[in-house]
Design a protein around this ligand. Structure first.
Ligand SMILES: NC(=O)c1ccc[n+]([C@@H]2O[C@H](COP(=O)([O-])OP(=O)(O)OC[C@H]3O[C@@H](n4cnc5c(N)ncnc54)[C@H](O)[C@@H]3O)[C@@H](O)[C@H]2O)c1
Length: 446
């Protein structure tokens, strides 16, 4: 069986590489020729732990190849995994231009019956429309089945998630029952529970999962904001509620909100999907609003402590979360722009995502090569991404290197006890502020 993958981004590259690791013969195609050129030399255009080693291993074994030629990718394929982007349009709905272009190309280049497997996140009803599209465009004597197989990987642990995911969702219409069974056999060696459903339900499972997780994050952030006002501590509160098995402890970490390429766009798309059938998804609208507010909150808090005008501010972490180079919809972008608007000088540090961030941040942002370089002589530090290298920097180093050791931690990386011991001023989320002795920073005085 020959497998092709359309799109070599976070999802496509992981899918292709992991399928090859499972023993399949896989060719990955992308419209970006420079990505393919890098991959042909065994270099991954994205950062994902263990990915480059697996690419190299499977290329050497002759199971994994890359091409920028559509004919070479789709001409021999039995199964095509679709992993192209579905970014957000201005009105919040999903842009399906790349999906349509890929389906058209597959239809024009296929030479045998194929199973088209949609990994991209697409609005409910899209796979059904894709069935109609490919039916219209493909050679009449060939058959094309369409399966919805939404992806649940988390950037930063994508390889692990492929092999140890919680579930695999396979949606298909009755007419494509055999294709669904073929896919089930492909995934069976993983031993992951498989949810077999119709196309619309599979599509909905993906959006509903992301919407629920986003809701959990906005919920705990709201609780954290209330905790600050009533004198409770979010760590204890989150632990206390998370022990309830009906709730669970995951996604109950208060912080500066969710970002990345999925939650922001998928929540907005689901509001649109609901709106299209005259359902106002008020709960999810509130979740989005809370998140927008939360991303900007740290700068607002800082302003209660100090004027940011002319201050040197270290921005620690640019990726939307640790272990990825992805900065799409990262809180760092919102925070950097707000700091600059307040007149601060921003020095940013990220162990991996700096190059990507440079494309999204104003040119006035300067970049450091280490935490210590970023915080040297700084008037304030903002912790935005909880990379190990950031959260493992002892607070005593902040105390030593900064001009005035005041830290606004959007990820609650340190305990209040550590902050007191290091004698720094430490403002985090959902917890009382610690004001270091002799820091000359008192609320509203600096
Ligand atoms: N990134 C994630 O964590 C994640 C998780 C689950 C689902 N998803 C979904 O998977 C899809 C892909 O996401 P991603 O993060 O991998 O995107 P990405 O932007 O990293 O990669 C998309 C790739 O598709 C390529 N492409 C565009 N048009 C193409 C075409 N016609 N043929 C072949 N390649 C084409 C682009 O050049 C790019 O390399 C999206 O729908 C996303 O919502 C992403």
């Amino acid at each position: 069986m020959k497998i092709a993958v359309a799109g070599t981004g976070y999802v496509g590259l992981v899918t292709g590489t992991c399928l090859a690791e499972m023993g399949q013969t896989v060719v990955c195609f992308d419209v970006q020729e420079e990505k393919i050129a890098a991959l042909q030399q065994g270099r991954s255009p994205i950062y994902e732990p263990d990915l480059e080693q697996l690419i190299e291993k499977n290329m050497e074994a002759g199971r994994l190849s890359f091409t920028a030629e559509e004919k070479e990718a789709y001409g021999e394929a039995d199964i095509v995994f679709l992993a192209v982007g579905t970014p957000e349009k201005e009105d919040g709905s999903a842009d399906l231009t790349y999906i349509e272009a890929a389906v058209s190309s597959i239809a024009q280049n296929m030479t045998k019956d194929i199973v088209l497997v949609t990994k991209s996140t697409v609005p409910v009803g899209t796979n059904e429309r894709m069935r109609v599209m490919i039916e219209r465009w493909k050679p009449r004597f060939l058959r094309a089945s369409v399966i919805s197989n939404p992806e649940f990987l988390r950037e930063g642990s994508a390889i692990h998630d492929w092999f140890y995911g919680d579930r695999i969702v396979i949606g298909a219409s009755e007419a494509d029952r055999e294709a669904a069974e073929l896919l089930i056999r492909l995934y069976e060696p993983l031993g992951i529970p498989i949810v077999r459903t119709d196309l619309a339900s599979a599509e909905m499972i993906k959006y509903a999962s992301n919407a629920f997780l986003a809701t959990k994050i906005s919920f705990i952030n709201e609780i954290a904001n209330i905790c600050e006002k009533v004198g409770a501590t979010i760590d204890d509160v989150a632990y206390g509620i998370g022990l309830d098995k009906r709730i669970g402890s995951h996604f109950l970490r208060a912080g500066i909100g969710y970002g990345g390429s999925c939650f922001p766009k998928d929540t907005k798309a689901l509001v649109q999907i609901a709106g299209n059938v005259q359902h106002q998804f008020e709960l999810l609208e509130a979740v989005i609003q809370v998140n927008n507010h939360q991303q900007a909150l740290l700068v607002e808090k800082a302003k209660q402590y100090m004027s940011l005008r002319g201050k040197n501010v270290a921005l620690l972490g640019l990726a939307f979360k640790p272990n990825t180079d992805d900065v799409r919809e990262a809180a760092s972008i919102v925070i950097a722009n707000r700091l600059l608007a307040e007149g601060a000088h921003v020095v940013a540090y990220d162990p991996i995502a700096t190059n990507n961030a440079k494309r999204h941040l104003p040119s006035s942002v300067r970049y450091a090569r280490s935490v210590t370089e970023a915080i040297r002589d700084a008037d304030a530090a903002f912790i935005v991404t909880e990379w190990d290298v950031i959260k493992q920097t002892p607070l005593s180093v902040f105390r030593e290197k900064m001009r005035i050791p005041i830290i606004f931690d959007g990820r609650n990386c340190y305990s209040l006890e550590e902050a007191k011991q290091a004698n720094v001023t430490y403002v985090s989320i959902g917890r009382a502020a610690v004001v270091g002795e002799g820091c000359e920073v008192k609320k509203g005085k600096y």
